[in-house]
Design a binder for this molecule. Sequence first.
Ligand SMILES: [Mg+2]
Length: 124
Amino acid sequence: MKLLVVDDSSTMRRIIKNTLARLGYIDVLEGGDGLEGWAALDANPDVEMLITDWNMPEMNGLELVKKVRADARFKDLPIIMVTTEGGKAEVITALKAGVNNYIVKPFTPQVLKEKLAAVMGVSE
Ligand SMILES: [Mg+2]
C-alpha cells in the first residue's frame, strides 16, 4: 500500500514515516508543500492514503485537499490531516473540504495508528 506524506517540516515527515514503518507501511512518498504533494499524487495515482499538514508554503494543506477532491481520480482517496490547527472551526473547515480524519500535533504513534485504522475502515 502506497502512502503520501505532505508536510513542510522534514522532522515531522520523518516522525510520520517512522511511525508508518513501525505499522508496516514502508512504501511512502513525500512532499514538502502542497504543490509538491499534488505533483507526487498526480504522478502516482495509485497512492491509497494521503496524510497532510495544514500550514505549509506555496500551497497549504486545505488547498491541497480541495484540489485533490476536485479530481475524479481522488474523490474517494482517504485523507488524514495532521496539524496544530486543533480548533473546532478548523476541524469543521477541514472536514467540509473532504478530510476523512484529523490529528492534532503533537500526537502519539498510537493515535496515528488508530486514525489510520479508522480511515481504512478496519478494526484493530
Ligand atoms: Mg507546517
